[in-house]
Design a protein around this ligand. Structure first.
Ligand SMILES: CC(C)(COP(=O)(O)OP(=O)(O)OC[C@H]1O[C@@H](n2cnc3c(N)ncnc32)[C@H](O)[C@@H]1OP(=O)(O)O)[C@@H](O)C(=O)NCCC(=O)NCCS
Length: 159
């Protein structure tokens, strides 16, 4: 556990731990509040089942964020990272990113990848601040209100 005395989060205790099935309803609720096209609870359940690295960030006792990471063939891929709206812009996304980088490195990956919407400027700034660089565009990758939206592909070396 890491205490955060004096930070914008006051004395709430911050912890990042593995997600388990008991977290799924709360995580799926947070997901619905955060995305226009949210993952279903079943997608999170499947992510646990197939062995993705799924984590929750808690501010005791609240689930304030979560992440999902896939690792294989020497590469890691961030599939989801999210912070509860009322706790954003306090550094928690950065804490989750640091955790994801450590998880990927510990799992033996040499490169970490992610996709993000070009419209998601706060996410892009956060990734850049953690040394991710854009390496390409996937055309029409995301569902969007008016049809499809491209994805920016970013990567970060781990060694
Ligand atoms: C993207 C997301 C995870 C970022 O989480 P976050 O907790 O807000 O991230 P951070 O607080 O670490 O950084 C975000 C901003 O807050 C600022 N910040 C960090 N700590 C701060 C503090 N103590 N006080 C004020 N601002 C702070 C950062 O500088 C950054 O500013 P910028 O966007 O102007 O560059 C969050 O916005 C989110 O969950 N969005 C919805 C889901 C989503 O889009 N996920 C990404 C999919 S690719």
């Amino acid at each position: 556990m890491v205490a955060e005395p004096g930070s914008a989060l006051g004395v709430l205790e911050l912890d990042i731990r593995p997600m388990d099935t008991g977290d799924l309803a709360a995580v799926a609720q947070l997901e619905r509040e955060s995305y226009e096209f949210p993952w279903s609870e079943g997608i999170f359940r499947d992510s646990l089942r197939v062995g993705y690295h799924c984590s929750v960030l808690t501010l005791d006792p609240i689930i304030a964020g979560y992440s999902v990471l896939a690792v294989g063939a020497g590469e890691a891929h961030i599939l989801n990272v999210c912070v509860r709206r009322e706790f954003r812009a306090r550094g928690l996304g950065g804490r989750l990113l640091d955790h994801l980088i450590d998880q990927a490195r510990d799992a033996g990956a040499g490169m970490l990848f992610l996709e993000t919407r070009p419209s998601n400027l706060s996410a892009i700034r956060l990734y850049q601040s953690k040394s991710f660089v854009q390496i390409g565009i996937r055309r029409g990758y995301y569902q969007a209100a008016g049809g499809r939206e491209d994805a920016i592909v970013m990567r970060r070396p781990l060694f």
